[in-house]
Ligand binder design. Structure first.
Ligand SMILES: Nc1ncnc2c1ncn2[C@@H]1O[C@H](COP(=O)(O)OP(=O)(O)O)[C@@H](O)[C@H]1O
Ligand SMILES: [Mg+2]
Length: 324
């Protein structure tokens, strides 16, 4: 079976007045149907350029891209029928038209016939949970609704490959959450099939919730291509544990993190003679609590809070060259 997406040694430079910017340098990876790949990188890493090259909006300087086995340079028109790209931010919708009419209009552009158009427009509107506002002019929509409409339009032609570039940018947390849920449903097959989804974001939350695989770009180079779980496992700490210690004059425990992997981050006096200390721990298991208690021989651990380490932290470590 052919892969939904194959990116082979893609480079792309931009000529500017001060010289050439190498936005992509020999980037290679591939992805299959049903896969959600998170494309992660700091601003300027090359994410949008890669999305544009894959979606035929830019030609690579060298290297090649295939979508459903078709080369983007020689089969541009066929490729365009098999992929959709949704950029974040508010643009390109007809404000006076309803959501449904926007979906119909863009569906016509992608070559759907009349009868299929009607059904499909209603279906995609439902997929993104906009049924209730489907007949309302788009200019009355919230930003989140507009973004979900963009996604619906992207789904009109049932793309093999769906690319989402910073889909939650500018959305409030509730809207961002709703959009993530819709994307999660699509990945799980709510459209009746499982498209390959490539998602870029510098909001790590998006990637962490949706992607099972992460490709990291740094200065145009692909530096990591890993399952999300593996990336999290490689993190220098798996959890941050905050303990509140009660007792008479707790003794400062010092730090022997070298041996146990339990590392003191900071400690400060809390209320009523207690201490609040934060630790990074490689694993959260019963032995970890024993280890923490050992560090406070004169105190009693009154309270424990465990927070898993997020991708934010992992990415930060990777960017500094740690955790490889
Ligand atoms: N049209 C362009 N002309 C010149 N430089 C560009 C152009 N588009 C992107 N770049 C440069 O390419 C690099 C990658 O940009 P981009 O792909 O937008 O990164 P990201 O989406 O990861 O933030 C940046 O250094 C950016 O300034
Ligand atoms: Mg970008």
């Amino acid at each position: 079976m052919v892969n939904a997406l194959e990116v082979c040694a893609v480079s792309r430079g931009f000529r500017t007045r001060s010289g050439t910017v190498e936005a992509l340098r020999e980037v290679s990876f591939s992805a299959g149907g049903g896969e959600v790949v998170g494309l992660l990188g700091l601003n300027g890493a090359g994410k949008t350029t890669l999305i544009k090259v894959i979606s035929t909006l830019l030609l690579p300087t060298s290297g090649s891209v295939r979508v459903a086995g078709i080369d983007v340079a020689t089969g541009t028109r066929q490729v365009r029928r098999r992929l959709s790209v949704v950029f974040g931010g508010d643009h390109g919708l007809y404000g006076r038209l309803s959501g449904l009419d926007n979906a119909r209009f863009f569906g016509t552009l992608s070559g759907l016939d009349r009868r299929r158009l009607e059904r499909r427009a209603a279906d995609v509107i439902a997929m993104v949970a906009l049924e209730k506002v489907a007949e309302r002019p788009v200019e009355t929509y919230s930003r989140g609704m507009k973004q979900r409409l963009h996604l619906a339009i992207g789904l009109m032609a049932a793309p093999t490959l769906l690319m989402l570039d910073e889909p939650t940018v500018g959305l409030d947390p509730i809207e961002a959450d709703r959009l993530r849920r819709v994307i999660g449903d699509l990945a799980a097959g709510s459209a009746g099939y499982r498209p390959c989804i490539v998602l870029t974001s510098h909001y790590l939350r998006d990637i962490e919730e949706l992607a099972e695989r992460v490709v990291i770009l740094q200065e145009g180079r692909l530096t990591h291509d890993l399952p999300l779980k593996e990336l999290l496992r490689r993190a220098s700490a798996a959890a941050v544990v905050t303990v509140r210690v009660r007792g008479e004059e707790p003794v400062w425990p010092g730090d022997d993190g070298e041996r146990s992997g339990v590392r003191l981050v900071d400690a400060r006096p809390g209320e009523a003679g207690s201490w609040v200390a934060r630790y990074e721990v490689p694993r959260w298991e019963p032995a970890t609590l024993t280890e923490l208690a050992r560090r406070w021989p004169h105190g009693e651990i009154a309270d424990v809070r465990v927070e898993p380490v997020g991708l934010e932290r992992v990415f930060h470590d990777l960017s500094r060259g740690a955790g490889r």
